[in-house]
Design a protein. Sequence first.
Length: 391
Amino acid sequence: MTISRRSLLGAAGASAALAPAVAQTQSQAKAAEPSDKVGFAIVGLGKLSLGQLIPGLKVAKNARLAAVVSGHPDKARRVAAENGLPADAVYGYDDYDRIAKDPRIQVVYVVLPNALHAEHTIKALKAGKHVLCEKPMATSIKDAEAMIAAAKAADRHLMIAYRCHYEPMNLDVMRRLRARSLGRVRQINTTMGRQADPSDPSDAWRLDGELSGNGALGDMGVYGVSAARYLLNEEPIAVQAWAQTDRTDPRFKETEDLINWQFRFPSGVIANGSTSFAYAPTMAFEAICEQGRLVADPAAFYGGNRLTVVKGGQAQPPVPAPPGDQFAREMDWMADVVRGKAPMVSPGEEGLQDMRLMQAILESAAKDGATVRTDWGYRRAVDPAVAVNVA
Ligand code: NAD
């Protein structure tokens, strides 16, 4: 099943004022010939790369796997062979400056622990490649700014892998809110967390202050920070936050656990956000409007996201998200950006804004909820609700 922009808008009751910025939807676009697909090099062969991204590239319309970069040569050779890549499409971290001379690679997708994003992004940009970088963008504002500067200097695209900007259910909610289908929105609630397992190497670095940056907040909370902003299409002017961390729990020697925050927006909307690495898994949000609620639960899983519209106290049957691979959609979008067929929706500046807001959250939490002003004047360049059309 495909979902067109027309049916999305119809469902949302949106007005013609939301005219598309790009004429062709991804659902209408035909898949490129294999030789015309944009070549991606995946840097880091961990859980996300092996479980989601490489499978996503198999079903992508305009993107294809062109190379792998890993510190584990045996694993890299095995993954390359399984995916039909030639031996010379396998790179190590210390020799991947060579990608500059590899015309098969147009995009480098950085899928490493957060503290390594900046180094590998900048390296790839200097090699003349476009970069898709995983969230959170970096572990410091300084690094995020350096990544943006490197993209400008190299005249290459830098996109942050905010998959929800390209996911049909999230786009549906954005459009319903823009169209005021339940009246004005008054409050947003986001809850993004799970139980971290320190025996899993993939979680061990997430609990490490240096490698993760800020633990649950950067890993899970960032989805809520970003969602409040894209649901409302405005930016917070002030934040207050509180943290609650059990320091006797061996998981939280270096990072905070439970953090709750409150964003105030210029329109008067208040967004409550919560994250934790020690509560039951949840990735949900809710928009409370004048005449009803939009409840997305789950809102940001890899599949099966579900929207419930509650109007006048009455829950309507859930609207399931259409099937399709979120990661393929996101990489196809990047491929279209590179080919000049789609606007950049989640540039480095979007990642930096979330980094700055997360820093404000931590600053407020350190002062037990003191108000931190966040009205530094950032505005997103492109509204996903208007620009993104996906199958
Ligand atoms: P992972 O731990 O499973 O994989 C990380 C890879 O980096 C491993 O292959 C590991 O060998 C390699 N690595 C290189 N240097 C390392 C070092 N110094 N320490 C530890 N590992 C090192 O992690 P993951 O879950 O694949 O996450 C990778 C990135 O993707 C993170 O930035 C994470 O936030 C992001 N992510 C995004 C999503 C999403 O939905 N967009 C989901 C999961 C992860």
